[in-house]
Design a protein. Structure first.
Ligand SMILES: Nc1ncnc2c1ncn2[C@@H]1O[C@H](COP(=O)(O)OP(=O)(O)OP(=O)(O)O)[C@@H](O)[C@H]1O
Ligand SMILES: [Mg+2]
Length: 299
């Protein structure tokens, strides 16, 4: 049986927030429980049909990477073992595999984007200005080309519905102070390099990604999700072809299908045909299996 989680309430607990994909509960004692649902958003709109297993994939991939980059930076994970959760969460079998208990941090209000390749808003800014976030790049680069060095291209963290805005390093320093700005810049680049090298050996190009950091009692830690198909552009190494936009590993079938419709990209989003859902599920599971090298445990 396919088990799907679209939304969740846990009796006897207080929900702190509902994002496009995650639901967050207060777990007491400076902790929160983050549940990753199977909701999918495209063009910033949550679609009415879930992608089965997506929540597992995002949650398990984040845990995989948190562990791998543990020698670079501490993270917010306390445990993902449901038996060790505080009540009432420890008696809820729906949470297994798709949740983690974390330390609640004060998030630094900057999205730490790292780009190894020219895509998305980075490509757009390069075409207009020859630079990204104030960093000048060689002339004549083409779309999706690998950058000479990975770049830290931060953006503001805006409230839902507003688009994040690229900012330069000086602006980051003015928001969170020079010392923290330097630390999150250097950490972001170091994490990206390690993860991108690792993923490439397994056939996946991490074109760019976004990290969030937070403070817990003055300690700087990495929070939120890391290096998932939702927070990153994953491309297949086999089909990589600079000079054009690359199919994204995960949501491409969804976006391609939506582009065939007469939909204005405003809520409510349209339903997806079963075939599009099936192919998308397979892509998420492929990403999990290629990166971790283990068989996906839930299907
Ligand atoms: N350890 C933590 N402490 C405090 N806040 C955290 C922690 N980990 C993640 N968060 C916050 O929780 C939220 C994660 O929820 P989610 O990903 O669903 O929402 P979002 O990314 O803000 O918005 P959306 O996904 O809807 O665009 C983010 O706002 C993130 O900053
Ligand atoms: Mg998020």
């Amino acid at each position: 049986m396919v088990d799907v989680l679209v939304s969740i309430d846990v009796k006897g607990s207080q929900k702190i927030a509902t994002g496009k994909v995650r639901e967050i509960f207060d777990a007491g004692d400076g902790r929160m429980l983050i549940v990753t649902t199977d909701r999918i958003s495209a063009f910033d709109v949550v679609l009415p049909d879930p992608i089965p297993y997506k929540g597992y994939v995002l949650n398990l991939l984040s845990l995989f990477w948190f562990d791998m980059i543990g020698d670079i930076v501490p993270n917010h994970v306390v445990t993902s073992d449901v038996d060790k959760y505080p009540p009432p969460f420890n008696s809820d079998p729906r949470l297994s595999g798709r949740s983690m208990l974390v330390r609640r941090a004060e998030p630094l209000p900057v999205e730490c984007v790292v780009r190894g390749y020219l895509a998305g808003s980075g490509w757009k800014e390069y075409k207009e200005k020859g630079s990204i976030c104030g960093i000048t790049l060689p002339a004549g680069m083409v779309e999706s080309q690998r950058l000479p060095e990975p770049l830290f291209t931060p953006s503001t963290k805006e409230s839902p519905g507003t688009h994040d805005e690229n900012i330069d390093f000086a602006k980051v320093a003015s928001i969170i102070g020079r010392r923290n700005a330097e630390r999150i810049r250097d950490l972001s680049i170091e994490i990206y390099r390690k993860a991108a090298d690792f993923a490439l050996k397994r056939g996946i190009i991490i074109a760019d990604t976004k990290f969030e950091f937070g403070l817990v009692d003055d300690e700087l830690i990495i929070i939120d999700e890391v290096l998932t198909p939702d927070s990153s552009r994953f491309w297949s190494k086999d089909t990589f072809m600079p000079g054009m936009s690359q199919p994204s590993f995960d949501k491409q079938f969804v976006r391609d299908y939506l582009e065939t419709l007469d939909w204005d990209k405003r809520p409510p989003g349209p339903h997806l045909p079963a075939g599009v859902i099936e192919k998308t599920v397979k892509k998420y599971i492929d990403a999990y299996e290629m990166i971790t090298g283990s068989k996906f445990p839930f299907n």
